[in-house]
Write a protein that binds this ligand. Structure first.
Ligand code: ADP
Ligand code: G6P
Length: 482
């Protein structure tokens, strides 16, 4: 028995420059979480995803990537992949599901490519599937996949997990009817449909009821071939990995370097993929407001803004980048001086050790998405603070805010409020920092990524076994009656 985990993004990316291949780890919450799980668990795992490299590059490099799982790359034709990923997945689903309806650019061509790509991936999975396997499908790129796989393998154990918000009915209904139906029926092909929060789960069940007219009983939808259980499974992190990294030799050296650079100045830190959902422009404006409102903090604070390049081919991402850079320049020009740069901006990825050094140097982590399924950065910051120092400011629009109750929560649209909370957190006493972090760490240590995966996989097994027993009993009853 194996677990076939399916996501658009494989855990690795291979880019070739001047004939030389460079392998990097994929960014984002999904890859981080599933990689952490597979690294420590003893399960037999095969990862299916869309390759960002060609077959020859894969054949040359597949043995140069250290892993304890198999990888089955799917090679999509370039134009199809572009329409599937850029045009429908990211310019329709990502925008709409994050409540940016005005960013949605729907085209039938994009939708058709999305369906075709789901079919190709379904064929691939079917070719490696063996009875008893569990198929674990991830995220908004593969909303049609559970149904397609159910058609191939009526008795398969299929779990679907959405890593982004599921929007409410009023937002979801904006999609053309055929797309709405495809998505909802698609997810209903699974035995378990998982979301980060109960709000998302309720949105999903409401959409099923209102659009497909299928009622649920305790979040269970009964269909002829199987039942689908919808539920909340908040994703998490490998707590120990982040906590223990505090003492790593390289991390200590990097932390000393960062602290040495900024001396007595307090450090505000944030790291995100450059994405319009992350509230980066709001964050910058709020920081500016903070400096205006509390001029005594001038030259006493520095904001380290790390943005990881993401989806650069999509227009809205390019536009957002320009806007962010305009704001950084404007604020630094207006508020800074020849001795002090208020915002230190990096548009490049950081490796794990640097990330931990930054987390553990920061007096404040300022995380302000305008909409986020979970936000793992918030959890990672808390876990990494073995020293129990620092404060977390977190948007109430992130799924993580439902769990990290000791965070200082903000409305990401309210610059005045963020400025005040920044002032509060920068002045927070050590006792309060410890109390808040300790409670959140206790929670995260228990609710880690392993628990998330186990709970989800166990739920698939439970629903599946129950349905199998029920259908056996039905069969027996029919035999007795006949
Ligand atoms: P999203 O999934 O929308 O990008 P999250 O905050 O949930 O947002 O997850 C971001 C993840 O990406 C975190 O686990 C973070 O540690 C990770 N990350 C940040 N920088 C990099 C990087 N350079 N390479 C790989 N992963 C990164
Ligand atoms: C989010 C999504 C993932 C995605 C990641 C990075 O975490 O939920 O599905 O992989 O962002 O985005 P990218 O488009 O580069 O895969």
């Amino acid at each position: 028995m194996k677990i076939i985990t399916v996501s658009y993004r494989l855990p690795l990316s291979i880019k070739k420059t001047k004939g030389k291949a460079k392998i990097t780890q994929s960014a984002g919450g999904l890859a981080t979480a599933v990689l952490s799980y597979s690294a420590k668990s003893n399960v037999n795992l095969t990862w299916v995803g869309v390759a960002d490299f060609d077959k020859a590059t894969w054949d040359e490099n597949k043995d140069n990537y250290d892993r304890n799982f198999d990888i089955e790359p799917v090679f999509l034709e370039k134009q199809l992949n572009r329409k599937f990923y850029n045009v429908f997945s990211n310019s329709v689903l990502w925008a709409l599901f994050h409540y940016f309806p005005s960013f949605v650019e729907y085209t039938d061509e994009g939708f058709e490519a999305y369906k075709r790509a789901n079919e190709i991936v379904a064929e691939k999975i079917n070719s490696i599937y063996e009875p008893g396997d569990v198929i674990w499908i991830h995220d908004y790129h593969f909303l049609g996949l559970p149904k397609l796989l159910r058609e191939y393998q009526p008795n398969a154990k299929i779990g679907y997990f959405l890593h982004i918000p599921f929007p409410n009915f009023e937002i979801f209904r904006i999609l053309p009817n055929k797309a709405k139906k495809y998505i909802l029926e698609g997810i209903l092909g699974s035995n378990v449909a998982g979301f980060h929060t109960w709000d998302n789960t309720i949105h999903f069940t409401e959409c099923i009821e209102k659009i497909l007219g299928i009622p649920h009983k305790n979040f269970l939808f009964s269909q002829e071939s199987h039942r689908t259980k919808a539920g909340s499974f908040p994703i998490s992190i490998d707590f120990d990995k982040f906590h223990d990294a505090y003492d790593k030799e390289n991390v200590v050296a990097l932390r000393n370097e960062i602290k040495g650079l900024y001396g007595d100045k307090k450090i505000i830190f944030s790291v995100d993929r450059l994405d319009y959902t992350k509230g980066i422009t709001n964050r910058l404006k709020a920081f500016e407001k903070f400096l205006e409102k509390y001029p005594e903090w001038s030259e006493k604070v520095v904001f380290l803004l790390v943005l990881v390049p993401s989806r650069e081919e999509i227009k809205k991402y390019g536009e957002r980048k320009k806007l962010i850079e305009l704001n950084v320049g404007r604020i630094n020009g207006n508020m800074g001086n020849y001795k002090w740069t208020p915002i230190v901006y990096q548009y490049q990825p950081v490796n794990f050790d640097k990330l931990i050094a930054l987390y553990t140097s920061a007096d404040v982590a300022l995380i302000s998405p305008v909409r986020d399924g979970m936000n793992l950065v918030a959890k990672e910051y808390v876990a990494s603070r073995k020293d129990l120092r620092g404060g977390l400011i977190l948007s109430s629009m992130a799924g993580a805010a439902k769990e990290l109750k000791e965070a200082i929560t903000i409305n990401p649209f309210d610059a005045e409020m963020i400025a005040e909370k920044l002032y509060y957190t920068l002045n927070m006493g050590e006792e309060e920092q410890e109390r808040r972090l300790e409670r959140m760490q206790r929670y995260l240590k228990k609710h880690d990524v392993f628990r998330w995966a186990e709970k989800f996989l166990t739920e698939i097994e439970t629903i599946y076994q129950h349905d199998t027993k029920a259908s056996d009993m039905k069969g027996d009853a029919q035999t007795i009656l006949s």
